[in-house]
Design a protein around this ligand. Structure first.
Ligand SMILES: [Zn+2]
Length: 390
């Protein structure tokens, strides 16, 4: 079937079942490389940025900060940008890179997965560049707080309620809106509304912060990872490559993941439900008696406190707050220079009314903070907790 140039399709009703059942005809025009994207990336035209083409019509730009990169979808007469992280300066640099790389192709669309600052935080430079902002109702409410020109933003918004597609004869980009929840057609996404993007011809999925793969091991299986796989499978998406936008190899993560990596992570990563069930079967005192053994056990399984903190949250959700604090104590012992287990432990202890212990933990966390930004983040939350109790 011949596609006319720039066909924009709003699909207001749920066509997902028809799409997966009918087996869409996708022609694989180019297969992305399976790995080594970082090794071949080249300096950007703008100092500090890096640029890489990973498949026909799909490019990555790395920002100077390790916690974000963006995806450029190239069409015959324009480009679309997925993600606009952090601040005006970062976004203006990305826009300058786009102008240098694609001088004859204006930025027509800016899309973003959700409202975290590694996804979008500075909307005005995009408006100045003339882009339409592809977002959802919930996320628009967040964007309205970040713009100096509310009327202009409202006039440039493309609101996605379910699906949206941007296509011409050279490329096809599909936008899928995922709503948070445990019901039918709801997903365990990080924010109330969340968009993922796929390029069906190149079999590339842009997943925002739904899945990250550290270079040397498999991260904990938090809820969003199996939910992402379920979404891909239930919609019959053909995916070979997954692009996380909130991590990079400079920060110790794969720049570009494969579908196989996601499947391996779900098999090999620490599973919080299993950890919670095992520790929940003993008393918190018994668990504390085994603290050294627990530290030894996790030492072989993960090099980062994050995995234990996710398991600790699961214990809390399962009704074991005292156990969750013991597991955070294991994380404090295992990662003595990491402030976050102590900070989180302070939050839990405060919520349990164990105020002096909470203050002690926060004191430790603040002393370990790596810079003033991290310290201010902690102080803000601590301040909110103190106010809430009064
Ligand atoms: Zn995020």
């Amino acid at each position: 079937m011949k596609r006319s140039e720039a066909v924009f399709v709003f699909v207001m009703t749920l066509l997902a079942f028809g799409l997966s059942a009918s087996g869409q005809q996708t022609t694989v025009t180019s297969l992305p490389p399976a790995s080594s994207v970082a090794a071949t990336s080249q300096p950007g035209t703008v100092p500090g940025l890096r640029f890489e083409t990973i498949a026909s019509g799909i490019h990555l730009i790395w920002t100077p900060r390790h916690e974000a990169k963006v995806v450029v979808a190239e069409f015959s007469t324009f480009v679309a940008l997925i993600e606009a992280p952090f601040d005006d300066r970062t976004v203006r640099d990305i826009l300058a890179e786009l102008r240098a790389r694609f001088p004859k192709k204006p930025l027509r669309y800016a899309l973003h997965s959700h409202h975290h600052d590694h996804s979008i935080n500075a909307v005005d430079p995009l408006l100045v560049a003339g882009a339409q902002i592809v977002t959802s109702g919930y996320n628009l409410d967040q964007l309205l707080t970040a713009t100096a020109d509310e009327a202009l933003l409202r006039s440039r918004v493309v609101l996605v309620d379910d699906r949206f597609e941007i296509a011409d004869q050279t490329n096809r980009l599909r936008v899928w809106l995922l709503k948070q929840g445990r019901g039918e057609n709801q997903w365990l996404v990080p924010t109330a509304e969340y968009m993922v993007f796929d390029f069906p011809d190149q079999q590339v999925l842009v997943s925002g912060c739904m899945y990250n793969k550290p270079l040397t091991y498999h991260e904990v299986v938090n809820q969003r990872k199996p939910s992402l796989l379920k979404f891909i499978e239930s919609h019959g998406l053909k995916v070979r490559t997954i692009v996380p936008t909130n991590t990079s190899s400079a920060g110790g993560f794969e720049d570009v993941c494969t579908m196989q990596m996601l499947q391996d992570t779900l098999e090999q990563g620490i599973k919080p439900e299993e950890v919670s069930k095992r520790f929940g079967a003993m008393t918190a005192i018994e668990m504390r008696d085994r603290l050294d053994a627990i530290v030894e056990e996790f030492k072989t399984k993960t090099p980062r406190s994050f995995d234990l903190m996710v398991c600790s949250s699961q214990l809390l959700r399962d009704g074991f707050p005292d156990h969750s604090i013991v597991l955070l104590d294991a994380a404090i012992k295992l990662f003595p220079s990491d402030p976050w287990p102590a900070f989180e432990s302070g939050v839990r202890l405060w919520e349990l009314g164990r105020t002096p212990e909470a203050e002690e933990r926060w004191k430790t966390a603040l002393a370990l903070a790596k810079d003033s930004n991290e310290r201010e983040d902690m102080e803000r939350t601590i301040g909110e907790k103190r106010v809430m109790v009064k």
